[in-house]
Design a protein around this ligand. Structure first.
Ligand code: SER
Length: 607
């Protein structure tokens, strides 16, 4: 069976059990503050489990692109060193939203593995949650009951909270789980050491392939477990491992999910992959793994960048570059040239990569070129640092920070190279340097704000904006305060209603003046703070009265409005000319002109 056949059989099997087949959610998570990336098939269904939304179907199945490189589930350090962890992997899953529960989930997983895929029954082991007194959680007696009817006692293993209670992150839906492990060792070895002794012991040939989670609780911020109104099933089977077992390989990288990229890398570098533990072989594995994470994440809309999810992708990419540079003697961008092979391989299941092949390849090429420009100097710097370090000592914080700041070495890359030479990194020292730099730039822009002087208190203070229709309006002064920033004093005023447009979405705040009886106060800027419109005035003359009249500088506003319209036109034109991936990254709309920042994979001169 090819990997494509194996994936399809899973989906067909669950379709035959009344499941609706749904597409993978994007690998990049946009609307969940607890996650950067999809780290499990169940992420996209979290709201169904919590009862916040009604599912359109009670049973679904899919293959989900997952990434485990940050947060609670992080396998990055293992990837390439061993043969069965990955950054990006496919998780085959079947779900019940308040429908079937433990019995059906377990029986179907057994039927699929043994009858459809034909895995010998005596090579399979099931784990069952033993309970946890501190959390007040009972042992999984139902799961145990079901397994006892299927398997001899010697193939059932009890597991503690670490192995048999699954949680997505620090908070969220969770519950006890029952995993299925497979023993792929030769018969002679199996006769010597029974497989149940090797379950969950990091043995490369006795591996977990499927996790059946029984979602029953919600982990709250304060650490408590809250029982859910209904119970659900969340299962996840790693496709790469399943394929390895069914194709009779001892390494995921020997399956048809990876051999195509490895062969292409061999052809491009003139090196040979031999499946061993040497650095060259690790490099082949790292590249064939990392390229999937990089390609699919960019195809799903996350460009490499300097922070957040974008930085995670940049780190993975730089790690791959360093591996081919140092161990495959490759000095040119390589990953971007492997993209066509990868896109072709996944054309039927994840067509988004093929559809954006040109775009993704160019983004990756730009990234590789830019890191290759500093990598050599950075590696030389690293050599200097290593040479002057005592054997076994830690690379100090300032050195690690210089590698980061000047040569673009993510800290995990510095850690990796240091460990290859028997050194560690003073990570706290590195963090201190980082923080020092942030503090310095913050101090440069520090402001000192006095308390508001309340002239008159009203519930709608500063929230009524009349400036779409009027550029001049009567108003009442409600509060004012003094602010000192960058060594200069100014004042801020809040009115009960205002025609002044506060800076937002890149459009500059209005200017104008406010008349208090005979006194005229110039407004140099208008800003928003916690929903309040704040008028910035350089001077606050004595003898202010409450009643006022506010005047926006109409000529200035007219020019700003024209540039705002022009910004939208420009954005539309860019999308037409360069493509719909062009996303607004920032804009500044002012009376004298506009600036529009956008993401695109090449410098304008190359576009
Ligand atoms: N949520 C579980 C896991 O990720 C099963 O899908 O392992």
């Amino acid at each position: 069976m090819t990997s494509a056949d194996i994936r399809q059989k899973f989906l067909d099997f669950f379709a035959s059990k009344g499941h609706h087949i749904v597409p993978s959610a994007p690998i990049v998570v946009k609307n969940d503050p607890t996650l950067l990336f999809t780290n499990a098939g169940m992420n996209q269904f979290k709201d169904y489990f919590l009862g916040n939304r009604q599912p359109p179907y009670r049973r679904v199945a899919d293959t989900q692109k997952c990434l485990r490189v940050s947060g609670k589930h992080n396998d990055l350090e293992e990837v390439g060193v061993d043969t069965y962890h990955h950054t990006m992997f496919e998780m085959l899953g079947n779900w019940s939203f308040g429908d079937y529960f433990k019995r059906e989930a377990i029986e179907w997983s057994w039927e699929l593995l043994t009858e459809v895929y034909g895995i010998p029954k005596d090579r399979l082991y099931a784990t069952v949650f033993e309970g946890d007194a501190a959390e007040g959680l009972p042992a999984s007696s139902i799961a145990l009951d079901v397994w006892r009817r299927i398997l001899p006692a010697g193939q059932i293993v009890f597991g503690n909270k670490k192995d048999n209670f699954w949680e997505m992150g620090d908070t969220g839906p969770c519950g006890p789980c029952s995993e299925i492990h497979v023993d792929c060792r030769p018969d002679a070895e199996r006769a010597q050491t029974p497989g149940h002794l090797l379950v969950n012991k990091d043995h490369p040939q006795v591996i977990e392939i499927w996790n059946n989670v029984f979602i029953q609780y919600n982990r709250l911020k304060d650490g408590r477990l809250e029982p859910l109104a209904s119970t659900h099933v969340d299962t996840g089977m790693g496709l790469e491992r399943l394929v390895r077992v069914l194709q009779g390989k001892s390494s995921n990288y020997d399956t048809d999910l990876f051999t195509g990229t490895i062969a292409a890398t061999e052809a491009m570098t003139g090196k040979t992959y031999s499946g061993g533990d040497g650095r060259q072989d690790v490099a082949f594995r790292v590249i064939s793994d990392h390229i999937r994470a990089i390609a699919f994440t960019i195809a799903d809309g996350q460009l490499p960048s300097n922070n957040g999810a974008g930085y995670v992708i940049r780190r993975i990419l730089r790690r791959a570059v360093r591996y081919y540079y140092s161990w495959l003697d490759c000095r040119e961008p390589l990953l971007c040239r492997l993209m066509p092979q990868l896109a072709g391989q996944f054309r039927d299941v994840f067509p988004e990569l093929q559809a954006q092949l040109d775009f993704v390849s160019r983004v990756v090429r730009e990234e590789e070129e830019s890191f290759l420009r500093t990598l050599e100097k950075g590696l030389r710097k690293m050599d200097d640092i290593l040479q002057r370090s005592e054997p076994g000592s830690a690379i100090d914080g300032p050195a690690a920070f210089e590698l980061y700041d000047t040569y673009g070495f993510p800290i995990d890359l510095t850690r990796l190279i240091a460990s290859e030479h028997g050194h560690s990194v003073d990570e706290q020292g590195f963090e201190r340097e980082m923080k020092g730099q942030k503090d310095r730039s913050r101090a440069a822009t520090a402001t000192d704000t006095e308390d508001w002087v309340v002239v008159s208190d009203e519930a709608t203070a500063g929230q009524v904006f009349v400036g779409y229709e009027q550029l001049q309006a009567p108003a009442r002064l409600l509060r004012h305060r003094r602010v000192r920033a960058k060594g200069r004093d100014f004042h801020q005023l809040i009115l009960d209603r205002t025609p002044f447009y506060a800076e937002s979405g890149g459009q500059t705040g209005d200017q104008g003046w406010i008349r208090f009886g005979e006194v005229r106060v110039e407004v140099t800027d208008t800003r928003k703070e916690n929903g309040l419109t704040i008028h910035v005035v350089p001077e606050l003359p004595d003898g202010l009265v409450t009643e006022a009249e506010a005047f926006v500088d109409t000529e200035r506003r007219r020019e700003v409005a024209a540039h705002h319209t022009a910004t939208h036109l420009l954005h539309a034109a860019l999308r037409q000319v360069l493509g719909t991936h062009v996303a607004q990254k920032g804009s500044m709309v002012q009376p004298g002109g506009l600036r529009f920042d956008f993401s695109h994979f090449a410098h304008p001169r190359d576009a």
